[in-house]
Design a protein around this ligand. Structure first.
Ligand SMILES: Nc1ncnc2c1ncn2[C@@H]1O[C@H](COP(=O)(O)OP(=O)(O)OP(=O)(O)O)[C@@H](O)[C@H]1O
Ligand SMILES: [Mg+2]
Length: 369
C-alpha cells in the first residue's frame, strides 16, 4: 500500500516493522509513523488491516502504531526521494542539475527579484541557468531579466529564450507566455498544474547547470506538481524580517516538508535600509529570517537590504547584481549556493561543453584544475 503523502509503498519506505501471526491466525503489525499527529493515521491503519486480512490464513489484525525517531525519519525521507527520483518522468533537465524553487507564503516579499538576481549572479560565474516563471497570475521574469520574444518549438519541444549574462547565460520560459493577463486570471488549479508539467516535460532544458523556478505565493498544488516531476528539487524560502511574514514563510516551508521538498535555506529580503549618511533603519522589523532559519534548522543564506537598485534594475530589465561589486550580497548568495547549498554537477553542463567545444576549435588540450 502507498503512503498517500509520500507516494511510495510503506514497506519500501521502511515504515512497516515486525509482523507476528499466532497459531490462530491473529496478526500483529508494527507500523512506524513519521509524526505523532500523523493526519493519515487511521487511513494507514485501515489499509494495513485490509492488506493483511486479504492473506488467507489471517483471521484478525491488530495494528500497533509507533513513531519514528529523527534518524529513522531522515532515512525515510532520503528513501522517499530516491524512489520518487527513480519514478519521475523523463525530462531534458540533466539529472544532476540542482533545481531550486523560490517560494514564500506571502506575496510581494521579493521572490521574483531574488530569482532574477540569483540567476544572473549564477550565470556570471560562467554557468547556464534555466529559469521557469511558474507564476501565471503575476509573471514578471521576462521584464526583470529583460528577455522578450516569441518562444519557438523545435523537434516538438519549446525552446526557452536565451540571453548571455557575463560569461554564462540564462534560458527563460514563462507561464505568462501562455495567456495574456486577463485570461491568466481565469486559470484554475488543474489547468495550471498541467501547464507547469508542460513547461517541464515539453521544453528543451538540455545543458543547464542550474534550474530556478519562481512560484506564485503560497501555492501548494503547483509545488506538488513540481516535486513530482523534479524530485531533486529543493526550496529556498524568501521572507521579510517582519515576524508575521516569517510565520507565513514557515507555513510554506512546513508544506514543503510534508510534500517531501527539502528546504535548503532562508533568504531574508528587505532587511532594513541604510541611508546615505550610513545610518540603518529597520523598516520592516528585524530578525525574521534568522528566526525562521533556526526553526527550520537550515542556513540563513543572506540578508538583502532595501535597495533602490533592485527596483530600478527590475524596471530596466537589468538586474541590480549586474552592477553590484563582486563581494556584494547578491554575488555572495550565489557563491553560497554554489559552494554550500547546491553545488553544481561535475563538468556536464553547457558551459563546460562550450569550453570543450572552444578547446577543440582551437585544437588545444583543455587544462582544467
Ligand atoms: N531588496 C529590495 N529592495 C528594494 N525593493 C525591492 C527589494 N526586493 C523587492 N523589491 C521590490 O518589491 C516589489 C515586490 O518584489 P517582487 O515582485 O520580487 O516580489 P514577489 O515576492 O515576487 O511578489 P509576488 O508575490 O507578487 O510574485 C517589487 O517592486 C520589487 O522591485
Ligand atoms: Mg513574483
Amino acid at each position: 500500500m502507498l503512503d498517500p503523502e509520500l507516494g511510495a509503498s510503506i514497506v519500501e519506505l521502511g515504515m512497516v516493522g515486525d509482523i507476528e501471526v499466532d497459531g490462530e491466525g491473529r496478526a500483529t503489525v508494527h507500523v512506524a509513523l513519521t509524526t505523532v499527529g500523523c493526519p493519515l493515521r487511521s487511513h494507514i491503519e485501515r489499509d494495513v488491516k485490509e492488506a493483511v486480512l486479504s492473506l488467507g490464513e489471517v483471521t484478525s489484525v491488530e495494528v500497533v502504531m509507533g513513531v519514528m525517531d529523527a534518524a529513522s525519519r531522515t532515512t525515510l525521507m532520503t528513501r522517499a526521494r530516491r524512489i520518487a527520483q527513480e519514478r519521475a518522468p523523463e525530462t531534458s533537465i540533466p539529472v544532476q542539475t540542482p533545481v531550486l524553487m523560490i517560494a514564500s507564503g506571502k506575496g510581494g516579499v521579493g521572490k521574483s527579484s531574488v530569482t532574477a538576481n540569483l540567476a544572473v549572479a549564477l550565470a556570471a560565474t560562467g554557468r547556464c541557468v534555466g529559469v521557469l516563471d511558474a507564476d501565471i497570475w503575476g509573471f514578471s521574469l521576462s521584464r526583470l531579466l529583460g528577455i522578450h520574444g516569441d518562444v519557438s518549438a523545435s523537434a516538438g519541444k519549446m525552446q526557452p529564450l536565451a540571453k548571455q549574462f557575463g560569461k554564462g547565460s540564462i534560458k527563460l520560459l514563462s507561464m505568462g507566455l501562455l495567456a495574456d493577463e486577463d485570461q491568466a486570471l481565469m486559470w484554475r488549479g488543474l489547468m495550471v498544474q498541467k501547464a507547469v508539467a508542460q513547461f517541464i516535460e515539453d521544453a528543451d532544458w538540455s545543458g543547464i547547470d542550474y534550474f530556478l523556478i519562481d512560484t506564485p505565493p503560497g501555492t501548494g498544488d503547483i509545488a506538488m506538481t513540481l516535486a513530482r516531476l523534479l524530485p531533486q528539487m529543493g526550496q529556498l524560502v524568501v521572507t521579510t524580517p517582519a515576524m508575521a511574514a516569517q510565520r507565513v514563510a514557515a507555513r510554506a516551508a512546513d508544506f514543503a516538508r510534508k510534500s517531501n521538498i527539502r528546504v535548503l535555506g532562508v533568504i531574508e529580503n528587505m532587511s532594513g535600509f541604510s541611508c546615505e549618511c550610513g545610518e540603518r533603519h529597520d523598516l520592516f522589523g528585524e530578525g525574521g529570517g534568522r528566526a525562521l532559519a533556526e526553526e527550520l534548522n537550515v542556513p540563513l543564506l543572506c540578508e538583502i537590504e532595501l535597495n533602490r537598485a533592485i527596483t530600478s534594475g527590475g524596471d530596466e530589465g537589468v538586474p541590480a547584481v549586474v552592477h553590484e561589486a563582486d563581494d556584494g550580497v547578491l554575488h555572495q548568495l550565489a557563491a553560497r549556493i554554489i559552494n554550500e547549498v547546491a553545488p553544481p554537477a561535475g563538468a556536464e553542463g553547457c558551459s563546460a561543453r562550450m569550453l570543450d567545444a572552444m578547446a577543440r576549435a582551437v585544437e588545444q588540450p583543455l587544462h582544467t584544475s
